[in-house]
Ligand binder design. Structure first.
Ligand SMILES: Nc1ncnc2c1ncn2[C@@H]1O[C@H](COP(=O)(O)OP(=O)(O)OP(=O)(O)O)[C@@H](O)[C@H]1O
Length: 248
């Protein structure tokens, strides 16, 4: 389970102060896919970076399975898989070596590490690519390696930042199927998106963020009911009061 509690974060330079998070709170439960939906600049990535421990909040806190990210980052991250917005692969490594590297970072060793790597390679149909260097991999192949490296330690919680950006239909389907399997096993999945169809199709609960605050939350059906609309896109526009930065 992931909990975000009263997060505040401002970015300050000599001329400007940008309030990226302004008291954001929500919970993403186990066995559910939770979507963070919001227009450009709403604070989604800032929120996720705070969860990973890459940014420290000015106020408030985030917990992963009850562990505060700032107090015990290593323990919190042991329960967390991160699928970042950019696929940073080490191109001199093979896919196998890349996954192995991430397994080692998570403290895995020996036969259990080898078994975990082989399992994730099998689950994601990566056998043919496993021993190729990742240089030149297509976007979909890069996505699969990134997915494998973020899931090799079988984290209870899985956070994805705009996961389908730049993916073709097949790769998007592979990713979605994987998320559905993960959810069925009782894991907690949290992802950010501004692709309305994706959120409506995949998410059990939707957190709508605008101006760094929670604008509304609920199932897609509840949000439609709340806004008195039949489509999530219309409900979203009504609930945030703008259609800026929304992708259909
Ligand atoms: N490192 C930074 N320095 C200065 N401002 C920042 C920084 N990171 C984020 N911001 C600002 O904080 C606000 C929230 O940005 P954030 O990236 O969290 O939004 P987002 O909801 O993920 O947007 P998008 O959908 O466009 O990716 C924006 O106004 C952004 O310009």
């Amino acid at each position: 389970m992931i909990e975000v509690n009263n997060l505040h974060k401002s970015f300050v330079d000599k001329k400007n102060t940008v309030k990226a998070l302004d008291g954001l709170s929500f919970t993403a439960k186990d066995g559910e896919i939770t979507g963070i939906l919001g227009p450009n600049g709403a604070g989604k990535t800032t929120c996720l970076r705070t969860l990973y421990g890459l940014l420290s909040a000015d106020e408030g806190y985030a917990t992963i399975d009850g562990i505060k990210v700032t107090e015990n980052p290593l323990a919190a991250r042991a329960n967390l898989g991160i699928f970042p917005d950019k696929f940073g692969l080490y191109e001199r490594l093979t896919a196998y070596e890349q996954i192995d590297y991430f397994a080692s970072i998570h403290g895995m060793t020996g036969a259990s590490k080898k078994a975990a790597i082989e399992q994730v390679i099998k689950d994601l149909d990566l056998e043919d690519l496993a021993h190729r260097k990742t240089v030149g991999f297509s976007q979909g192949q890069r996505m699969k390696v990134t997915l494998a490296q973020s899931l090799v330690h079988q984290p209870q919680n899985f956070v994805l930042d705009e996961p389908t950006r730049g993916l073709d239909v097949m790769s998007t389907r592979i990713l979605r199927n994987h998320l559905a399997k993960f959810k069925a096993k009782g894991h907690c999945i949290l992802f950010s998106s501004h692709v309305m169809q994706e959120v409506a199709a995949l998410c059990d609960r939707v957190i709508i963020v605008a101006n760094g605050k929670l604008a509304a939350q609920g199932t897609p059906a509840e949000l439609c009911e709340l806004a008195g609309e039949t489509h999530l896109e219309e409900a979203f526009v009504k609930l945030i009061g703008s259609d800026e930065g929304v992708a259909a």
